[in-house]
Design a protein around this ligand. Structure first.
Ligand code: OFO
Length: 163
């Protein structure tokens, strides 16, 4: 049975993962309307992954005898300044999610909830990957230069097709 404190922080994370999904969906939609179909495809896939992360938390809370709450979500931004600033925002957001997961890990240790701690390890590993993906994309943008984003966008398109 989940302790109330742990249940509450899991519900907080359900909101954060769901917001991540909506944020990437908003970014995908913006990129699509600007003609960056590769970037949009990458972001649409990312939005699906984040929805998966939210569902995983919902199932976990309910399986452990808690009650997962589907929250209201804040509206994500509609406009983004540029492809570069969009990915800077992705990285910043993922760093925020990492800090949030780390805070949960701390709580499970102080509450001696080793089951939830074990469950969270999947997210710890996932965050390493997500931060490094965002950093790699930003490096690529620097390499191609802000004014020649066409090859970059094709590259992201290909990276999805290869998966
Ligand atoms: Fe990318 O954040 Fe979920 O975990």
């Amino acid at each position: 049975m989940l302790k109330k404190k742990v249940e509450d922080i899991c519900n907080r994370q359900i909101e954060r993962e769901g917001y991540s999904s909506n944020l990437y969906l908003a970014m995908a939609s913006w990129a699509e309307t600007k003609g960056f179909s590769g970037t949009a495809g990458w972001l649409y896939a990312q939005a699906d992954e984040e929805r998966g992360h939210m569902l995983k938390f919902i199932r976990f809370v309910n399986d452990r005898g808690g009650k997962a709450v589907v929250p209201e979500f804040k509206k994500p931004p509609v406009e983004f300044e540029s492809i570069q600033s969009l990915f800077e925002e992705v990285l910043k957001h993922e760093e925020f999610i990492t800090a949030s997961i780390n805070e949960m890990v701390d709580l499970t240790l102080s509450e001696k909830d080793y089951t939830t701690n074990n469950f969270l390890q999947w997210y710890v590993a996932e965050q390493i990957e997500e931060e490094s993906n965002a950093k790699a994309i930003l490096d690529k943008i620097t390499l191609v230069g802000k004014h020649n984003l066409y090859p970059f966008d094709r590259d992201l398109l290909r990276s999805r097709e290869e998966k």
